[in-house]
Design a protein around this ligand. Structure first.
Ligand SMILES: C[S@@+](CC[C@H](N)C(=O)[O-])C[C@H]1O[C@@H](n2cnc3c(N)ncnc32)[C@H](O)[C@@H]1O
Length: 283
């Protein structure tokens, strides 16, 4: 079945860690979400689909923007994250339809949405062109696409820094940069081709860089501990350390902590991130 490994992962360990770290993730990723929301420019009365909506922080923001009269649907394959998103929408008394479905083959209403939006939720498809073609069919004629995705691992310190620290301590498997996952759209020309082949027009792909505040605390040690705790749960580190023996993990944690210390400043542990803000239109 298409996207099966991602469906397993987002309903397993990764999904659980994203739920546990939801508040931290919302804080750390906020500048990226804000950039995507600004590019999307949702307006009152619009119908919006938030793809790979996760715990729903952007879905809630979009729901507020489209009131009065708007409609918002969030779609995600991760049951634990959709449960969290539904709880948050209920607490905020926002009428959001969260669907637990694979966006690349969900039965979406045809020509129904003004905007397809995503914050880091569209890089996980086995067949991205087909997926975007399927989702485009849910856009009204002239409807907009706006999303943010990571650039390559080599451009993202949050990926590069721990991998460099772990090299020689744990095995680092070779990875295909185009495989479904956070960096799948790092290659701008490939991303442009996928969107063109899926039928979008007026495609713009703009770099967006912003610091990620990985560790905060009352003092330097607390900020470092916070950053290390976060990095061992979100990003490449948990996968690289999974099932490793205790002595190897101990060495690995010391190496990652030392790497994080090199990014410790007055604002805590600050790591560079690099993304694309992508916009396009349905003909
Ligand atoms: C990096 S997280 C981003 C979550 C959320 N948008 C945010 O910014 O916090 C990626 C999300 O995409 C979801 N996802 C991955 N593949 C998907 C698919 N085929 N259909 C719908 N959601 C998917 C995951 O379950 C996960 O919630």
């Amino acid at each position: 079945m298409k996207n099966a490994p991602q469906i397993d992962d987002w309903n397993g360990a990764t999904g659980a860690r994203w739920v546990d770290n939801q508040e931290r993730l919302d804080r750390i990723l906020a500048p990226y979400g804000d950039a995507a929301l600004a590019a999307a420019a949702a307006k009152p009365g619009e119908a919006v689909l938030d793809i790979g909506c996760g715990a729903g922080v952007t879905t809630l923001a979009l729901a507020a923007s489209v009131q009065p009269g708007g409609l918002i649907v969030g779609v995600d394959i991760s049951e634990p994250l959709v449960v969290r998103a539904r709880e948050r929408a209920a607490a905020a008394a926002l009428p959001i339809d969260f669907r637990l479905e694979d966006a690349s083959r969900a039965a979406l209403p045809a020509a129904a949405f003004d905007l397809l939006f995503s914050r880091f939720g569209v890089m996980f498809f086995d067949a991205p062109t087909e997926a975007f073609r399927h989702m485009r069919a849910a856009l009204k004629p002239g409807g907009r696409l706006a999303f943010i995705c990571w650039r390559s691992a080599a451009e993202n310190d949050w990926a590069k820094l721990p991998i460099a620290a772990l090299r020689g301590i744990v095995p680092i498997p070779e990875s295909n940069p185009e495989a479904p996952g956070p960096y799948a759209f790092g290659n701008r020309a490939r991303l442009q081709g996928i969107l063109e082949d899926a039928g979008f027009i007026d495609i713009e792909i703009q770099p967006f860089d912003a610091p990620l505040i990985y560790g905060i605390g009352a003092d330097r040690e607390a900020a470092l501990d916070d950053a290390l705790d976060y990095m061992t749960q979100i990003g490449p580190v948990p996968r690289l350390l999974a099932d490793k023996p205790a002595d190897m993990r101990e060495k690995a944690m010391a190496a990652v902590r030392a790497a994080l210390e090199s990014r410790l400043g007055d604002d805590g542990v600050v790591i560079d991130g690099a993304a694309w803000v992508v916009t396009g239109r349905n003909p």
